[in-house]
Write a new protein. Structure first.
Ligand code: AN7
Length: 394
């Protein structure tokens, strides 16, 4: 049992024991939220700042584990893009995405609690991250992927780290149904998708790091797929406020691709649940999700923060991808959605003098096929290279 935690169902309010194997409400099947029962003694910014900038800097506010499975995740750079604009570059995590923050926590718990096998459905990044952390932890990993729709770098990582790969026909959502059906304590198969609230406990450190380094911005702009990250970030900020470590909260702007916008479209329309779709489509395959499982948490986060959502087309994503690239920042298309959404919101919902942090969730190398081909300069010898350069420069 985890000290200082209890689990509360966000749907029916039922309380469960804070056990890593308790993942969904045993009464109604709803999502659970780990609640820190009381502020741990001695928690303060100076205490945290005496440690390396990383997920485990904030260990008093995370589930207690004896020996974390860690590769130095978190501590990612906040890159300044403009006077009041920053980008938190999650692409530099050990496996190249923000998922590592959650895996270090949830895989550590799974191993301590006797799991021998772990599983996830994935559009790619969760699979890459889980496979890496599982192999460090000595666990066997199974990944369920939407066939033909996982970016090349991510699939390569899952293979490199030794996962058993199962491909399904249909989108991510079908793969997730399979995991929810198959996982469980009876067969010692631990699920690591974001319906597992212990993984999101790790991801909430994104909020902690932003508050730690910059203070509280006016806006956090991020892509929404399965809606775990937006839920985790909101939990992080609200905890800091409850514990007196910050005195205000940011607003959240959740961005989705036009062909996969069940939450963004519904929230814009003032609805209280998503427009689910069975045929999500976007070139940003990371967020090609039609039935986001964390939608109740995400709607709550958007409402409580007085946030907004925005829908961006694949063309707008590509354009944002390219322009970030020309600023030296290589992200994958889903992460470029943050920037594309920001550009649409700025001057309207986002005021010109407001402080904004964009979350860039994954690295450009994840999805090399999303980077367009260009004509290269073809020459045969050193001599010709030199004269070609003279022609181009002079
Ligand atoms: C780069 O890996 O769902 O809203 O299976 O890889 O928390 O789902 C990935 C999601 C944004 C969306 N950016 O985050 C998976 C998966 C990138 C991502 C998201 C994902 P959530």
């Amino acid at each position: 049992m985890l000290p200082n935690y209890e689990l509360k169902c966000v749907k029916c309010g039922y309380f469960m024991e804070a056990d890593p194997w308790n993942i969904l409400c045993s009464k109604c099947g709803g999502l659970l939220e780990p609640v820190i029962v009381k502020k741990p003694l001695g928690v303060s910014w100076p205490l945290f700042r005496a440690r390396k900038f990383s997920v485990w800097r904030y260990k008093e506010l995370l589930p207690k584990v004896r020996s974390p499975v860690t590769m130095g995740e978190g501590g990612t750079p906040l890159i300044r893009l403009g006077d009041d604009l920053w980008l938190k570059f999650e692409g530099v995590n050990p496996t190249g995405s923000f998922k590592d923050r959650g895996m270090t926590v949830a895989i550590s718990l799974a191993r301590e609690r006797g799991a021998k096998n772990v599983i996830c459905a994935s559009t790619g990044n969760t699979a890459a991250s889980m496979a890496a952390y599982a192999s460090r932890a000595g666990l066997r990993s199974f990944v369920v992927l939407p066939r033909g729709k996982v970016a090349r770098g991510k699939l390569a990582q899952a293979i490199l780290h030794g996962a058993v790969i199962i491909e399904v026909d249909g989108p991510f959502d079908v793969a997730l149904d399979a995991v929810m059906m198959a996982a469980g304590r009876e067969i010692g198969l631990y699920p690591l998708n974001s319906f597992n609230p212990w993984r999101l406990e790790g991801q909430k450190t994104l909020a902690y790091e932003i508050a730690d380094e910059l203070g509280v911005p006016d806006w956090i702009v991020l892509p929404i797929g399965n809606a775990g990250n937006i839920s985790a970030i909101w939990k992080g900020f609200t905890e800091l406020k409850n514990f007196g470590l910050i005195n205000r909260l940011p607003k959240l702007a959740g961005i989705q691709a036009a062909g996969a916008a069940p939450i963004a479209k519904a929230f814009k329309d003032g609805r209280d649940m998503p427009y689910f779709t069975d045929q999500p489509e976007t070139l940003a395959t990371a967020i090609r999700i039609g039935r986001p499982v964390n939608w109740p948490k995400a709607f709550k986060a958007l409402r409580e923060s007085r946030g907004v959502t925005e829908v961006v087309t694949d063309e707008e994503i590509s354009e944002a991808h390219r322009s970030l690239g020309r600023m030296g920042i290589g992200v994958e298309p889903a992460s470029a959605a943050s920037f594309a959404g920001y550009l649409k919101l700025k001057g309207a919902e986002i005021g010109d003098d407001e402080k904004v942090v964009l979350i860039a969730t994954g690295h450009a190398l994840k999805d090399p096929d999303a980077i367009p081909h260009v004509e290269t300069v073809r020459v045969s010898g050193a001599e010709e290279v030199a004269s070609a350069l003279r022609r181009m420069i002079l």
